[in-house]
Design a protein around this ligand. Structure first.
Ligand SMILES: CCCCCCCCCCCCCC(=O)SCCNC(=O)CCNC(=O)[C@H](O)C(C)(C)COP(=O)(O)OP(=O)(O)OC[C@H]1O[C@@H](n2cnc3c(N)ncnc32)[C@H](O)[C@@H]1OP(=O)(O)O
Length: 219
C-alpha cells in the first residue's frame, strides 16, 4: 500500500489546495442541506421547487467527475489525510467530519452528531456511533504504527446518544500480537457518562506492513 503526496495528483500546489478547500465548504453546506431536509416543515409545492433546484445543482457537479472519492494522501503540511473518507473526510458530506487528535494514551475526538443521524426517536443511530468508533479505533491503531483493517467490532450501547451537543470519544490500543491489534474506546458525555463503548480487533494486511510505520508519524 502506498500513500501519495498531495502535489503528485492533478494540478498540484496551491491551486489544488484552494480548490479542495472550496470543496470542503461545499460539503459542509450539503451537511446543512441534509439537516434541513430531515427537519423541514415547508409546504409540498415548496418541497417540489427545492427538489428541482437540487437536481439542477447535482447535474452541474456531474459536469466533470472522478471515478472515486478523494483517496488517502500526505497533505502539504506532512500530515495524513483522506478527504473522501465517510467518517473523517472534509470533502465528503456524509462525514461528520471526525477530527481525531493523538494523545499520550491513544486518540481523542469531540464528535457532535446531527439530526440527520437520527436512529431511535431523538437520538443517534447505533450504526452511526459504531462507525465513528470503528474509525477512531483504526486511527488509534494507525497512530501506534499498526495500520489495520477492522476484523471485528463489539459494541455495547449503555445510554441513548444525543445529537446537537459535543461529546467526547477516545480510543487506545490495549494489546498486540503479530499483525493483530486490539483497541478499546468509548463515546461519553463531557461529564464522563458512557454512552457507547466497544472493543475492536484490527489486522494489518501483509501488504500494508511497509506503510504502517510511515503513517504512524503523520496521523
Ligand atoms: C493509508 C493510510 C491509512 C491511515 C489510516 C488512518 C486511520 C484510518 C482508520 C480507518 C478505520 C476504518 C476501518 C475499516 O472500516 S476497515 C473496513 C471493514 N473491514 C474490512 O473490510 C476487513 C475485511 N477483511 C479482510 O480484509 C481480511 O479478512 C483481514 C485483513 C481482516 C484479515 O486478512 P488476512 O489475510 O491478513 O488474515 P489471515 O487470514 O492471514 O489471518 C491472520 C490472523 O488473523 C485472524 N483473523 C482474521 N480475520 C479475523 C476475524 N475477522 N476475527 C478474528 N480473527 C481474525 C486469523 O485467524 C489469523 O490468526 P492466527 O491464526 O494467526 O492466530
Amino acid at each position: 500500500m502506498t500513500v501519495e503526496t498531495a502535489a503528485t495528483e492533478e494540478t498540484g500546489g496551491s491551486d489544488r489546495e484552494s480548490r479542495l478547500a472550496a470543496l470542503g465548504v461545499l460539503a459542509e453546506q450539503v451537511r446543512e442541506l441534509m439537516d434541513a431536509v430531515v427537519l423541514t416543515d415547508v409546504a409540498e409545492d415548496e418541497i417540489a421547487r427545492v427538489t428541482e433546484e437540487v437536481a439542477v445543482l447535482t447535474e452541474r457537479l456531474r459536469a466533470a467527475r472522478r471515478d472515486t472519492p478523494l483517496q488517502p494522501e500526505i497533505a502539504p503540511d506532512g500530515s495524513f489525510r483522506h478527504l473522501g473518507n465517510a467518517v473523517a473526510g472534509d470533502c465528503n458530506p456524509y462525514a461528520l467530519p471526525l477530527k481525531a487528535e493523538v494523545t499520550p494514551d491513544g486518540v481523542r475526538a469531540e464528535p457532535t452528531f446531527r439530526p440527520m443521524h437520527e436512529g431511535p426517536p431523538n437520538s443517534v443511530h447505533g450504526g452511526v456511533t459504531a462507525m465513528i468508533l470503528d474509525h477512531l479505533f483504526g486511527t488509534a491503531a494507525a497512530a501506534a504504527g499498526r495500520l489495520g483493517m477492522t476484523a471485528s467490532l463489539t459494541v455495547r450501547y449503555r445510554r441513548p446518544t444525543p445529537y446537537g451537543r459535543p461529546l467526547v470519544a477516545d480510543a487506545a490500543v490495549t494489546r498486540t500480537e503479530g499483525r493483530k491489534t486490539w483497541v478499546d474506546g468509548r463515546i461519553a458525555t463531557p461529564d464522563g457518562t458512557v454512552l457507547v463503548e466497544a472493543t475492536g480487533l484490527f489486522i494489518t494486511p501483509t501488504a500494508w506492513l511497509p506503510a504502517s510505520e510511515e503513517v504512524a508519524d503523520r496521523v
